[in-house]
Design a protein around this ligand. Structure first.
Ligand code: BDR
Ligand code: CA
Length: 371
């Protein structure tokens, strides 16, 4: 297991340079801003970057039950719980789904330049709501997550979508290590951000809050970003009825999902939440499988990285609707973003509404299905 120190490490200077390079790539038209959702055919090559995590675990199980996906690998990162737990949790999900063919590559132990903040209040001390599973027998591959992402993207240029379900440290580290990588990535589908307030602070959503510098690099990389944020994932509370359906199905996958859910529902109630947990990450995954589950709008999204109280806030510019022409100063200086000053060039397709009933039909239906 390795940390994000050493050759993958990012200093503030590197971050500034990498972010600036991303802006340049985008403004040069290096990226194809076609927003990375699947065409009709498949399967689609994806890497799933994740911090399991209750809703991450559901998303991983859903992914491994989805024939539309060719899962090139899974890259756990520190987030909801430390890497020492997200890594074995990811390996456990791969074993439960009986998919030992999927490589798991060890990700970053800390955010790019901040101390790690976890969410054990929502996911339990072990990241799975307190549900206990045996130690995994599967082992991770030798490549780090950043090296793995780079290798697979370069092997299949223009074909790989990165689905990020946690802090985006691994992807940002890969981008910073290889200036040509961004233009070879088909798209990023992310659970993260919010245009309607946060869940850690009034401003910031957890995944972006944990590593805002990484998220900013991704948004400014020129890669078409599909953002599934709290605006829609707040509408995905798992219910007792869903869990009963999973229990009744009686498969290894459905029973594992139900066990995690039962434990986490109890934890949520003890924490004073009257509903949930929300299936944030499963919705992001499902949005890749079936974009028609959601309603989308293009935005230019930027991330606050300096605010003492607002770090990790995602700001969505959409001048045609709001009349906003505000500045989005880059880290390198105070220049107003060209995207906003001269013309509106969106960098993200943002989910603004969701058909929750259809989403749960997909999620619970696939998890409950006999293999
Ligand atoms: C996001 O934060 C994590 O706690 C969840 O797994 C999800 O990825 C929601 O803000
Ligand atoms: Ca997550």
């Amino acid at each position: 297991m390795r940390a994000s120190t050493g050759s993958d490490a990012i200093t503030r200077r590197n971050f500034t340079l990498a972010a600036a390079a991303g802006v340049a790539a985008a403004s040069l038209g290096g990226a194809n801003l076609a927003f990375g959702q699947p065409a009709a055919s498949g399967p689609h090559r994806v890497i799933i970057d994740t911090d399991p995590g209750v809703d991450d675990a559901f998303a991983l199980l859903l992914a491994m039950r989805s024939p539309e996906l060719k899962i090139e690998g899974i890259t756990p990162v520190a987030g909801n719980v430390p890497l020492e737990l997200t890594l074995p949790n990811a390996l456990r999900m791969v074993e439960i789904a009986n998919r030992p063919d999927i490589p798991v590559a060890v990700g970053a132990r800390t955010p790019l330049m901040r101390r790690l903040v976890t969410a054990t209040y929502a996911h339990g001390e072990n990241g799975l709501g307190g549900a206990v599973f045996p130690e995994p027998k599967l082992k991770p591959i030798a490549d780090s997550a950043a090296v793995f992402i780079r290798r697979i993207v370069r092997q299949y240029p223009g074909e790989v979508t990165i689905i990020t379900l946690g802090p985006q440290t691994n992807l940002a580290t890969a981008l910073a290590s290889d200036p040509d990588l961004a233009r070879m990535i088909k798209g990023v589908t992310m659970m993260g951000g919010s245009l309607s307030g946060g869940n850690v602070t009034p401003a910031a959503e957890f995944n972006v809050y944990v590593d805002p510098e990484a998220a900013r690099m991704v948004f400014q990389s020129g890669i078409p970003v599909t953002m599934v944020g709290l605006d829609v994932t707040r509408k995905t509370a798992l219910t007792d009825a869903h869990v009963k359906t999973l229990e009744a199905a009686g498969t290894a996958v459905s029973l594992a999902a139900a066990k995690i859910a039962r434990n986490d529902i109890d934890l949520n109630r003890k924490e004073g939440n009257t509903s949930g947990p929300n299936m944030h990450d499963s919705l992001a995954l499902a949005s890749f499988l079936d974009p028609s589950l959601l309603t989308w709008k293009p935005y230019y999204v930027d991330v606050e990285v300096q605010g003492e109280l607002t770090a990790g806030e995602t700001l969505g510019y959409r001048p045609s609707e709001s009349g906003l022409r505000g500045s989005a100063p880059t880290l390198a200086g105070t220049k107003t973003s060209v995207e906003l000053r001269d013309k509106f060039v969106p960098n993200a397709n943002v989910a603004v509404d969701v058909n929750s009933a259809r989403f749960f039909e997909l999620l619970i239906g696939r998890l409950a299905r006999k293999a």
